[in-house]
Design a protein around this ligand. Sequence first.
Ligand SMILES: [Zn+2]
Ligand SMILES: [Zn+2]
Length: 288
Amino acid sequence: MVSVRLPPDNHTHTEHSWDAENGSMEASCVRAIEIGLPSIAFTEHVDLTPWAVPGDPEASFGRFARHVHDGVMHVPEIDVDAYFDEIERCRSLFPDLRIFSGLEIGEPHWFPEKTAELLASGPFERVLGSLHSLQIGDAPRLLDEWFYTDRVRGEEEMNAVRAYLAESIELVESSADFEVFAHIDYLTRQINRAGRAHDPRQFEEEYRATLRALASSGRVLELNTRLGLDPMIVRWWHEAGGAAVSFGSDAHEGALVGSGFAEAAAMAEAAGFHRQADPIDYWRRSTR
Ligand SMILES: [Zn+2]
Ligand SMILES: [Zn+2]
C-alpha cells in the first residue's frame, strides 16, 4: 500500500493529446489511485506553432510525418467536447479521486487570441505554459526534432540553451493565461538524449534571470519528473522568491503517472517548498 503521501500530478496526457496514442484517461486514474495521489490533472497538448520541416518528414517526425504538408507540421487540435465527456465519465467512475481538467499550451504568447478562445471553450482548471519551439533561422522548429535532425551540439547547443531561457522570459512575462511554467529543463532532455550532460551552473545567470521573471509573474515552477529537475534550479527558484512548485510526471501513458514523485517531493522539501494542509494545493514556500 501507499507509504508516502505524494503530491498531486499536475501534468499528464491521455489519448486526447496528439502524441499520446498509448494514453488512457481511465488507466491514468487507476494508476493515480493505486499509488495514492491526491489528485491528477489531464493537461492535453495544444501546439499551435506551425513547425518547419526542412528535410524528410519521415526522418524528422517518424510516425507523425502524416501531419506534415508542404514542409510544415500542423498537429491536430484537441477535441474539446470529447475530452470533457471523458473527464466527466472518469469523474463518475472514480468519485474519490480529484480529477482536474487542463491544457498544456505550447508558446501561448505567440498566439494570444487563439489561446484565449481555446481557454474560453471549456472549464480548464490546470493550465500549463510550455516552450517547445524556438525560431531557428527564419522559421519555428520543434526543439526535439531540430536537435535530433540537425545534430545540434557544441556552441550551437550552448546558444540554444541561452535562447531557450531568454524566450522563456518572454513567455512568462506575457499576459498569456497560464498558471504553471512547465519543464524549464525541456532542452536538457534533448541534450541528454544526444548522450551529453547539461550543467545548469554553466548558465547560472541565465537561469536566475528566467526564474526571477517567473517569480515576478506570480506563476508556479513545475518540477517535471521525466528527467528529474536539477536540485540547484529548485534552490535558485527559492532564492528568486518563487512562491510555489507544481509536480508533473508528463506521463503519456497510465503506467508513468506520478513516477519519480517521492524523489521530487524530497527535493522540494530540501529547497524550502512544503506540502500544504489541502493535499491538492501546490507546494509552497514556508512563511515561518
Ligand atoms: Zn511539454
Ligand atoms: Zn506534457
